[in-house]
Design a protein around this ligand. Structure first.
Ligand SMILES: NC(=O)c1ccc[n+]([C@@H]2O[C@H](COP(=O)([O-])OP(=O)(O)OC[C@H]3O[C@@H](n4cnc5c(N)ncnc54)[C@H](OP(=O)(O)O)[C@@H]3O)[C@@H](O)[C@H]2O)c1
Length: 218
């Protein structure tokens, strides 16, 4: 089985679709149901108590965990003087803290099963942008988490992949701003294609760890 956070929409949903097509059991963790998950664990990833319950539910299944894909995320855009503590907490807890909590809670199982971990960061975690201080910090932090986790899992069968795509067409921006900026399709990669790139990276032989993958739109 595979666990994908945020498989109710966007990239996570496309990943769930790909894995289901291949006959894999997909467990989604998000607030809404995923069309392509076999099991939905309803969980607000901002809440540690709900993450702990989700961890227990996965452990109770007692089935090998092939991969954990930390994909859930929220975008945040504002000028530097408009940043609030509540927004920092919302973005950091959803985009980074939840992934760390999930891995920490599942670490014994991850070690036992040789579970691969994919942490979805972003090209925003590779350089700086105006008005993206909070979101950018969360994505840089996600890359930092991957680097540290790779050291923790050295000598195990688990691979840690830091996945850093550029823009692809989802409702991420619209959910954050109320505006759909994806009408001009030429500006965005297809979410399906980005999902294929991530899956192909995981499909490589277990002795090949692509530590970081950066995908830019041509
Ligand atoms: N789209 C892009 O251009 C782009 C580029 C680079 C990186 N990324 C990253 O790729 C990942 C997926 O983004 P996307 O564009 O596919 O976004 P999306 O379509 O908005 O999907 C986001 C997913 O995250 C889940 N989520 C958000 N807040 C949550 C919470 N509090 N608890 C549980 N689940 C939560 C949502 O589920 P529920 O609402 O059902 O809870 C949804 O399934 C994110 O980490 C994003 O930062 C996106």
């Amino acid at each position: 089985m595979l666990v994908i956070t945020g498989a109710s929409d966007g990239l996570g949903l496309q990943l769930a679709k790909l894995y289901q097509k291949e006959g894999k059991k997909v467990i989604n963790i998000s607030r809404a149901k995923s069309e392509f998950a076999d099991i939905n664990i309803f969980c607000d990833l901002q809440k540690c108590s709900e993450i702990k319950s989700a961890v227990q539910e996965i452990i109770n299944r007692d089935e090998p965990l092939e991969a954990l894909i930390n994909c859930a995320g929220v975008l945040s855009i504002q000028s530097i003087d408009e940043i609030t503590e509540a927004e920092i907490d919302r973005v950091m807890s959803t985009n980074v803290k939840s992934a760390i909590m999930l891995v920490s809670g599942l670490i014994r199982k991850i070690n036992k099963d040789g579970t691969d971990i994919v942490n979805v960061a972003s090209s925003v975690g590779l350089k700086g942008y105006v008005n993206q201080t909070v979101y950018g910090a969360s994505k840089w932090a996600m890359r930092g988490f991957s680097a540290n986790l790779r050291e923790e899992l050295k000598g195990t069968k688990s691979r840690v992949i830091s996945f850093c795509p550029g823009g692809f067409k989802t409702k991420l921006f619209e959910k954050a701003t109320g505006v759909d900026n994806t009408e001009d399709i030429s500006q965005w990669m297809k979410t399906e294609d980005v999902a294929v790139a991530l899956k192909q990276t995981l499909d490589l032989p277990k002795n090949m760890e692509v530590s970081e993958i950066i995908i830019n739109r041509k």
